[in-house]
Design a protein around this ligand. Structure first.
Ligand code: TRP
Ligand code: SF4
Length: 400
């Protein structure tokens, strides 16, 4: 099976909190051992909304990478890089902008939403409108198959697919495409080639989608094809165009139910977060001062865990037997709220001590982080350059 490539990015807007860990990073850590993964800091994306105060972006960028490393992202498994260090993203963004209808961008839901929500900023800029197209370039330049994102980003991945489809349609023509495709098919061996060509005919002549799926699966499995031949054949299955850009899928991350200190979703804008690498004393203090069920004004008043934000956190950190202990103790006033909070504090601190341990060498020597990122940028740039060669050629810009 051809290795699937996963790509995702985060905007550098401040240090991460436990909501990011349970909602996003834990998932990345799992993915890095299953797929070829590329994770990047979307610093240009941060500029689209923070262009008036860009000075913190670089600090936030390094903090973000250290947070990733702390959470267990492993640079020997995943490629970590910074968007602005791979200027090819900007070139692809520009070229895609030539053939992307304005209406496609204006109707992206986050465009109007954010303009209405972030009223303290003027977001009627060209860069902000182009945000999702820049994101499309981020994804397409690596020919990523899977893009792990939250629900709010799914329309951006959908736009990316439309942009790729349109690009391939416009620029994927090649005069001797048919002959080249037949030539490439021969490399599959005559039996398999015939089967694939039959399936293609069934799809194109009778609209048989299952035949297309089968043919794709056969190509996916074929070992003895070069990257170019494989792309050529994938394009040939669907029409008479070369697929220069690959349509990605969103890999929907389960919405994190990570509750914050006040029971609402943990989020910087609610001011209810626990930082990923926050100092243990501060973490204890925050949990100790968390509001509890208001019915428990006195130690002797019984309470109800379902009305208590502390219990919501227990649901993330405690096993069944401890949850039962809380329920029993709370409803009978057998335990006090501080008794209830202590094991929670211990669990959060235990989780974070691993993060702190991992982060320590990087906090002490930022050059280690910079070297990891320099390597990652190098690798990312190689991939981006390959795609740009094909894109330029397809658009008639290979002025060799
Ligand atoms: N827009 C994403 C966010 O705000 C960040 C991002 C930028 C991204 N480019 C990307 C995510 C490419 C996935 C793939 O969260
Ligand atoms: Fe909340 Fe625990 Fe106090 Fe009950 S005992 S109110 S669950 S903190």
């Amino acid at each position: 099976m051809y290795p699937q490539r996963v790509l995702s990015g985060m905007r550098p807007t401040g240090v991460l909190h436990l909501g990011h860990y349970h909602g996003v990073l834990k998932n990345w850590v799992r993915l890095q051992s299953e797929y070829e993964c590329l994770f990047f800091v979307a610093d240009w994306h941060a500029l689209t909304t923070h262009y008036e105060d860009p000075h913190q972006i670089s600090t936030h960028t390094w903090d973000l990478v250290v947070d990733w490393l702390a959470a267990g992202i492993d640079p020997s498994q995943a490629t970590l890089f910074i968007q602005s260090r791979v200027p090819e993203h900007a070139e692809l963004h520009l070229l895609l902008s030539m053939c992307t209808p304005l209406g496609w961008l204006e109707r992206v839901p986050s465009f109007k939403d954010q303009q209405e929500r972030l009223t303290d900023r003027d977001l009627s800029t060209y860069g902000f409108l182009g945000y999702p197209l820049l994101q499309a370039a981020d994804i397409l330049i690596y020919r990523a198959d899977q893009v792990p994102v939250g629900e709010d980003q799914v329309p951006h991945v959908e736009l990316t697919r439309e942009v790729a489809r349109r690009f391939n349609h416009l620029y994927g023509r090649e005069p001797d495409f048919e002959a080249k495709a037949q030539e490439a098919a021969k490399k599959l061996g005559s039996k398999r080639a015939r089967l694939i060509l039959d399936l293609r005919a069934r799809h194109q002549e009778q609209g048989d989608d299952e035949a297309l799926e089968q043919a794709r699966a056969l190509l996916q499995e074929a070992q003895n094809l070069t990257m170019d031949d494989r792309e050529l054949l994938f394009g040939y299955l669907e029409g008479s165009r070369r697929l220069i850009l690959v349509e990605p899928q969103s890999l929907l991350t389960q919405a994190s139910r990570m509750p914050g200190l006040d029971g609402q979703k943990m989020s910087k804008s609610y001011n209810n977060t626990i930082g990923l690498r926050e100092h243990p004393d501060e973490v204890s203090r925050k949990i100790k001062t968390m509001p509890t069920d208001p019915a428990r004004a006195r130690r002797s008043d019984p309470g109800s865990p379902d009305r208590c934000p502390v219990f919501s956190l227990h649901e993330v950190y405690s096993d069944e037997s401890r949850l039962a202990w809380v329920r029993e103790g709370c409803t009978t006033a057998g335990i006090g709220c501080l008794d209830c909070k202590q094991p929670l504090i211990d669990s959060v601190l235990a989780e974070q001590s691993v993060f702190r341990e991992r982060a320590k060498p990087y906090e002490e020597d930022l050059d280690l982080v910079k070297n990891i990122v320099a390597d990652g940028c190098e690798r990312a740039r190689d991939l981006a350059r390959q795609t740009m060669r094909d894109v330029r050629e397809a658009m008639g810009l290979d002025l060799g």
